[in-house]
Design a protein around this ligand. Structure first.
Ligand SMILES: *[C@@H]1O[C@H](CO)[C@@H](O)[C@H](O)[C@H]1NC(C)=O
Ligand SMILES: *[C@@H]1O[C@H](CO)[C@@H](O)[C@H](O)[C@H]1NC(C)=O
Ligand SMILES: *[C@@H]1O[C@H](CO)[C@@H](O)[C@H](O)[C@H]1NC(C)=O
Ligand SMILES: [Fe+2]
Length: 482
């Protein structure tokens, strides 16, 4: 009898040990804290007279040109720019061949004051009804001071459409910011997913705030005029500055940067979604109310039901404040949003959540903490196959410098972390595979430091994989027989 009991307990122990071993393999307990730390340049803004901020010469010349997606599905673009001398026109001439601008669209002008700063004339113009997968040329302004640019529309919404996204956060306008931007521009990235904190103009006072928004607009034009940047707002966009009488949140940001929020039935430009190629991208606002029954909460609840993984297999969420972050900087700031939204991310099998805010790089394993319960005491994140990968790329290189102190020891959920500057790219290959890279700025070179294959969360299930196989087999057989 005793023997049997001993055998049983041994067996149980064995089962328990192998369970622990297995789950540690799953979580990949051995997370990496990279010791690489190098900030090449001091964290100071590029001086105002630097050529990166230079405005082209000419009367009423368009400058600070930037574009973003203008509708839900990628057949429209919003073109924005600033002029200094005259309030109009807000016209865009465009077409599909260079120097032939057969089409025109009329936008509208807005302007604002911030303390004693008066903005230039800010123009936003929607051009829609575009063809997919087509290069468009466009012209702003007239006569000697006209300027020409181009952009490429995405392929039509299709589950196997390939597409190359860049992810940048917390950019600012230092020499490190310039390095990040130039490295990104060397990549094949076609659209930037920007996770908030654009200009860091709010680090300045009085009329310099508006001025530094202008320099930032000029600084990023080299990329933003030619490909859409998908905007998410960060804390540096809030600009609550009562000491100079400025108390309307997001005033500069909302005048300057538009989003196609109405197309996704949102009631605010701060949260919205777009579909592009094979991706459904949801943009959330960390600094707008999101608790149960608020507009953002109600919108997200509805929007998640509209996601169709058969059409757009890739479900990507952008937000400013990371939900999982093991850096001392902003530690646990994302906890409130985690408590509200995490269970939805699991239920809808979000592929990846990109955030910024923390000026370092970090990637998590697939984990969740939806069992958290203040009564029972359940409180640890656990491996969860349905969970997204959480990636923090607040490492664009702004004035505030790096967040160099990670918490010790590295938590089980943290797969890779490093305090240096860089950007990420996500290259979607088809409905099942995407290739992800984090590229560190390293002595002026772009170095791919953390990379992996991201497997789609929806199409990874066995049933769907079998269905996919059958579908492909049928189409292959079909091709052979015709
Ligand atoms: C905006 O521009 C118009 C036209 O020049 C001008 O009359 C108005 O005062 C400006 N408003 C602000 C808030 O700067
Ligand atoms: C939390 O734990 C308590 C006590 O174990 C349990 O009664 C309750 O159902 C749990 N709540 C949730 C939402 O799981
Ligand atoms: C998707 O792309 C990956 C990597 O290029 C490839 O291995 C895989 O077979 C592709 N899957 C389908 C369904 O085409
Ligand atoms: Fe931030």
């Amino acid at each position: 009898m005793l023997e049997v009991a001993r055998m049983l307990s041994l067996l149980l122990q064995l089962a328990f040990t192998s369970f622990v071993l297995l789950s540690s393999v799953n979580t990949g307990n051995a997370g990496i804290t990279s010791t690489f730390i190098r900030s090449e340049w001091p964290s100071t803004d590029i001086p105002l007279d630097n050529e990166v901020f230079a405005v082209p010469k000419g009367h009423n010349v368009p400058h600070q040109v930037h574009i973003t997606q203008g509708d839900y599905d990628g057949k429209a673009v919003i073109i924005s720019w600033v002029t200094d001398d005259e309030p109009g026109p807000s016209k865009v001439q465009y077409g599909t061949s260079k120097n032939r601008y057969d089409l025109t669209a009329e936008g509208s002008m807005t302007n604002y004051t911030f303390y004693k700063y008066k903005s230039g004339y800010i123009h936003h113009c929607l051009i829609d009804g575009l063809k997919y997968d087509t290069k468009y040329y466009y012209k702003l302004g007239s006569g000697d001071s006209s300027r020409e640019f181009w952009f490429q529309t995405p392929p039509k919404i299709d589950p196997d459409a390939t597409y190359h996204f860049g992810i940048i956060g917390d950019l600012g306008q230092t020499y490190n910011s310039l390095s990040t931007l130039e490295h990104y521009m060397q990549s094949p990235g076609q659209t930037v997913l920007f996770v908030g904190d654009l200009s860091y103009a709010d680090r300045y006072q009085y009329t310099d705030v508006g001025l530094r928004w202008d320099t930032w607009g000029q600084f990023v034009e080299r990329s933003t005029a030619y490909q859409p940047w998908i905007w998410a707002a960060g804390n540096h966009e809030i600009e609550y500055m009562p000491y100079m009488g400025e108390v309307i949140p997001f005033k500069s940001y909302l005048h300057r940067y538009t989003t196609p929020y109405l197309a996704s039935k949102s009631s605010s430009p701060l949260w919205y979604s777009i579909r592009r190629a094979s991706a459904h991208i949801i943009v959330l606002s960390s600094y707008s109310s999101f608790v149960t029954y608020t507009p953002q909460w109600m919108w997200l609840k509805e929007e998640l039901t509209r996601v169709d993984r058969e059409k757009t297999p890739w479900l990507i969420v952008l937000m400013h404040v990371p939900i999982y972050n093991s850096n001392e900087a902003h530690y646990m700031e994302g906890e409130s949003m985690r408590a509200v939204f995490e269970s939805w991310f699991i239920h809808y099998k979000v592929d990846v959540v990109f955030a910024g805010h923390v000026h370092a790089y970090e990637r998590s394993y697939r984990i969740s903490n939806i069992n958290y319960n203040i009564t029972s005491g359940d409180r640890y994140p656990v491996p969860d196959k349905s969970a997204p990968v959480y990636i923090t790329v607040g490492d664009g290189g702004n004035q505030e410098g790096l967040a160099e102190r990670f918490r010790d020891p590295q938590p089980d959920y943290s797969a890779f972390r490093e305090a240096s500057y860089g950007h990420s790219t996500l290259e979607i290959k088809n409905r099942t595979h995407a290739v992800y890279h984090w590229n560190r700025n390293d002595d002026g070179k772009k170095v791919a430091t953390d990379s992996f294959i991201l497997h789609n969360q929806y199409w990874a299930s066995n049933i769907r994989r079998r269905k996919l196989k059958k579908h492909y087999l049928r189409s292959v057989v079909g091709q052979v027989s015709t």
